[in-house]
Design a protein around this ligand. Structure first.
Ligand SMILES: [Zn+2]
Length: 673
């Protein structure tokens, strides 16, 4: 895989679109196109499902595998949920689609399989089970339905919950062929299998989760085959595996060993040769195979040719901490990992990768080229994860995904991630505690990280921020100075220093610092947010509002932020924009919306009496603004000529507070009553 080839892959969709028209019409005459069920099994190791799995039973998976082709050596492109799925939906390695980590956004110019199939006349639907694949991350394009609703504010839902919704959806018949993507998330940490699987795998709850998911896979496949008319095709695949302690990795995302990169893959459908495939294949080719089934294009399809040098990457430690970038290439049973140094394993005879053959074994020319020419992502080209709201950061943290707060410093002598494996749980825990604002607990862990990796800018900044938030001024300054030494002139360090001042009595010092940062990097969300807060303190409400609105173009606002914006707009007499902000907040919050009084007042001011009536009637007696709501409601009542207007005025008088008593006594509308 050389650079030209990657560029070529990146260009493929546009070329294929042109070719699609001819082939499409030719195919129609031959045979009807199959409906396609694409099931992604999150966090599922290759050895945890299928007929060769030991210590676990997955009858649904096995029954499907027996009818189709099982690829024994399938490889994820990256051991993390969003980038791995992006590869399967675009046909590209992360170097081609640009998503190397969770919590990034798939660029609009990346054509997804759903768009290709939708354009070719397929009905398209997706049901995902984790916030990691929520529509805001960019994979919903081309789907008629993208169901990412997670019950009760949870960051995930079970395979049973997802399958129930899919079965409901499948009851609606349609003439067109269907492309249905279903994502199950159960085996992801924490492992909490339902009964009877909890009791069946008491010592291996991870297996319990996989087995519970397998039961739902059976329900899903049965419903799909029953409800869908015409030929069907099915793909089952793991998005990545789980370390379970191998090479020191408990979960996934930081290393490239088989535990997390080797995944199950089964295909059933037209032109599939049932049996077992022994050549290594990359799961990104699911994209090409689906295009082949749909009669759109045949290039790279697994229905035609299997073997390739399968490539993979794990850039999270590089992008977050500046550690060595990691690239993998598998040729036959020989797997090479390049990360500061070269490792080579024979994965057939040594599946746990215990015996490094790098000293003796020679790599094929193709494998060597794939490793050396794989593009390492540029730090400057990385989108920031900071365009997420705090609430979204906390949701991702609850799933174990926290990304760094700063661009790291790249250096040739950086540690190899594999050597740092004992640090992974500490890094994850420190980041989680930090996001949850448990600073006192985070501090000793951050100190420990800096002891082992003194150039870790992320840890230095989190340490400084933790001390700052706890009011430890001296310790905060010491940590900021440490960060400055690691990364001189870093805009991230200056931003966090300014955020520190903004927290203290010396907050006016932060204003010019933030002004400079915003002028240099107008999209830096934390700096914009901090400056907005300080502008408010300075009484520059309009400027504060302008900054906030800028932030909300970079990330979606939370309901609380929309309400705050509505209050500011209201204070400035901007009635229509204020109504818009409050209505958006209410749409997101539903019954827990607390600003119906404001909304009623605003509707009344714009003579929308009916809307005002409905909003004010929603205000509860325990709301502090209840007296105001009753006063306004009485005004509305008079204006609407309601028969009980007098009673409403009396009620407003009875429940009046100091403010409304005065207003009621002066209200002309009430005098005629
Ligand atoms: Zn995943």
């Amino acid at each position: 895989m050389n650079r030209n080839r990657i560029a070529h892959i990146a260009l493929l969709p546009a070329v294929l679109m042109l070719a699609a028209c001819h082939k499409d019409s030719a195919r129609k005459a031959e045979s009807p196109r199959p409906s396609i069920l694409f099931v992604t099994l999150d966090t599922t190791r290759a050895d945890a499902v299928g007929p060769e799995a030991r210590g676990i039973e997955t009858p649904s998976f096995n029954a499907l595998a027996a009818r189709g082709r099982r690829f024994r050596w399938a490889y994820a492109t990256v051991p993390q949920t969003l980038p791995s799925h992006t590869s399967m939906l675009t046909g590209l390695y992360p170097a081609g689609h640009g998503v190397h980590e969770n919590a990034r956004h798939v660029a609009e110019n990346q054509l997804l399989i759903s768009e290709r199939l939708h354009n070719a006349g397929y009905r398209t639907a997706a049901f995902v089970s984790s916030f990691a694949l929520a529509r805001r991350f960019g994979l919903a394009r081309g789907f008629d339905i993208y169901d990412d609703e997670l019950p009760g504010g949870r960051p995930e839902r079970t395979a049973r919950e997802t399958t129930d919704r899919v079965i409901e959806f499948l009851r609606t018949p349609a003439k067109q062929p269907l492309f249905l993507w279903v994502h199950f998330y159960d085996p992801h940490y924490p492992y909490t299998p339902p009964e009877p699987f909890r009791s069946r795998y008491p010592k291996q709850p991870y297996y319990g989760e996989v087995a519970a998911m397998d039961e739902q896979l059976g329900r899903l496949a049965a419903a799909f085959q029953q409800q869908v008319k015409g030929p069907v095709a099915i793909v089952l695949v793991g998005d990545h595996g789980e370390g379970l302690g191998e090479h020191g990795e408990q979960q996934h995302g930081d290393l490239l060993y088989q535990a997390t990169m080797h995944v199950p893959l089964v295909m059933i459908g037209p032109r599939v040769h049932p049996g077992v495939g022994d050549a290594p294949v990359s799961t990104r080719r699911i994209f090409h195979t689906i295009l082949d089934w749909a009669g759109i294009d045949t290039a790279n399809s697994l229905l035609r040719e299997e073997g390739e040098v399968a490539v993979g990457e794990a850039m999270k430690p590089f992008l977050d901490y500046g550690w060595q970038p990691q690239v993998m290439a598998v040729d036959g049973t020989r797997k090479a990992i390049l990360a500061g140094k070269l490792e080579v394993y024979d994965v057939a005879s040594d599946p746990n990768e215990m015996h490094d053959l790098a000293a003796g074994a020679s790599l094929s020319r193709q494998a060597r080229a794939a490793l050396q020419e794989y593009p390492i992502p540029s730090m400057d080209a990385q989108q920031s994860a900071s365009n997420l709201s705090d609430e979204e950061h906390r949701k991702l943290a609850a799933l174990g995904y926290v990304s760094s707060v700063a661009k790291p410093v790249v250096r040739p002598d950086a540690p190899r991630p594999a050597d740092m494996a004992p640090m992974f749980p500490i890094l994850d825990e420190a980041a989680r505690l930090f996001v949850q604002e448990q600073y006192a607990k985070a501090i000793p862990l951050l100190e420990q990280i800096l002891g082992r990796d003194p150039n870790n800018l992320d840890a230095a900044l989190r340490l400084a921020t933790s001390h700052s938030a706890l009011g430890h001024e001296q310790a905060a300054f010491a940590a900021y100075r440490r960060a400055e030494v690691i990364a001189p002139n870093s805009a991230d360090v200056r931003t966090y220093m300014a955020l520190h001042y903004a927290r203290t009595a010396e907050w006016p010092k932060a204003v010019p610092m933030l002004e400079r940062i915003v002028a240099e990097t107008p999209d830096k969300v934390p700096a914009l947010e901090a400056l907005a807060l300080l502008r408010e303190r300075q009484g520059q409400i309009e400027e504060a509002m302008r900054l906030r609105q800028k932030v909300y173009t970079l990330r979606s606002p939370t309901p609380a932020e929309l309400s705050r914006l509505g209050e500011m707009q209201m204070a400035l007499g901007q009635t229509a924009p204020a109504i818009d902000s409050f209505e958006k907040a209410r749409a997101l919050e539903g019954a827990s919306f607390k600003h119906d009084t404001e909304l009623g007042v605003l509707y009344l001011a714009s003579q929308r009496f009916e809307d005002a009536r409905l909003a004010l009637d929603r205000v509860r007696p325990n709301d502090p603004s209840y007296p105001m709501a009753l006063f306004k409601r009485a005004q509305v009542s008079v204006l609407l000529h309601e028969p009980d207007a007098s009673a409403r005025i009396a009620a407003a008088r009875t429940h009046a507070d100091a403010t409304t008593r005065e207003l009621i006594s002066r209200e002309r509308l009430f005098r005629q009553q």
